[in-house]
Design a protein around this ligand. Structure first.
Ligand code: ASP
Length: 294
């Protein structure tokens, strides 16, 4: 059974989604939050809750993670993901060739414990050695991703973030926190590019002494300011999750001019979400009930 603390919040990426698609993104986030919350409700750990929530979002072709991931400059899929718990155990993959659930591979890296981050072909080798099935780009590619890719190549759209990165942060009934983030990155990125979602303290961070956070938006500025670490440092200084989320985005804008989104949970079980982009779909389940929006 859950105690008063257990809470989860997920996001479906910062960006500018069309009004007609917004309800679909919100529904997808809500479904994923419910998947994660079921784990917490059964007394399970935050780490399993965020992994399961992100897997659900990776399986949903609407989002830029797993199936539906954006294409790089060469029309291929390269995936980034990171998962971490509040004891600072972490696993991540970067520029991973197509696999259905990169967050599960990141979890396997965490459990294996030898290294924290594997990239490219080495990451693929680690995954296949541990029983994950390598796919072809065509297995994960969606029409929407192809359209976006063509638009960027034809310079009809900015080579900017694709939107639809996914993340989840949670606190369980024991007070432990965890964070998970997964993405195809930015549309038309150069081959081999690794973004913030794979990088601890940039796109993803969990720390039982503060809370957990997942960021979304253009990864390069997010990495430069170590956005999730900045946010959790604010929590450590006494700010609530919501205030810390807003502080972090203000700092990102001040230092780099970039816009982004972030979700947070603090050690008191309070969740926060903020974005400086037009949209960021999110859904939360806390002891106060369900909430969702864009
Ligand atoms: N942060 C991701 C990246 O730069 C993209 C996103 O959040 O939409 O790879």
């Amino acid at each position: 059974m859950t105690t008063g603390l257990a809470a989860i919040i997920v996001h479906g990426g910062a960006g500018d989604i069309a009004e007609t698609r917004a309800p679909l993104h919100v529904d997808g986030c809500l479904r994923a939050a419910r998947v994660g919350h079921a784990v917490l409700h059964a007394g399970g750990p935050a780490l399993a809750a965020v992994e399961d929530a992100v897997r659900a979002l990776e399986d949903d072709p609407l989002f830029n993670a797993g199936r539906g991931a954006c294409l790089n400059h060469e029309g291929e899929i390269e995936l980034d993901a990171c998962i971490m718990d509040g004891t600072l155990r972490a696993g991540a993959v970067g520029a991973l060739p197509p696999f259905a659930n990169p967050i599960a591979i990141a979890r396997c890296v965490l459990e294996d414990g030898e290294h924290v981050l594997y990239a490219g072909e080495g990451a693929a080798r680690f995954a296949t050695l541990h029983g994950f099935r390598r796919l072809a780009t065509g297995d994960l590619r969606t029409d929407a991703a192809v359209e976006r890719w063509k638009a960027v190549l034809a310079k009809k759209s900015e080579p900017n973030w694709a939107g639809g990165t996914v993340g989840a942060v949670a606190i369980d009934s024991s007070g432990a926190v965890a964070a998970a983030t997964s993405t195809g990155g930015i549309a038309c990125k150069r081959a081999g590019r690794v973004g913030d979602s794979s990088i601890i303290g940039a796109g993803n961070l969990a720390d039982d002494e503060a809370g957990a956070a997942s960021a979304t938006g253009h990864g390069e500025p997010i990495m430069r300011v170590c956005l999730t670490r900045f946010a959790l440092t604010r929590v450590s200084a006494g700010r609530a999750a919501q205030e810390a989320a807003e502080d972090a985005l203000a700092e990102l804008a001040r230092r780099t001019g970039a816009r982004a989104g972030i979700i947070l949970v603090d050690r008191a079980g309070r969740v926060g979400h903020a974005t400086t982009t037009k949209t960021m779909s999110w859904a939360a389940i806390t002891p106060d009930g369900e909430g969702a929006g864009v």
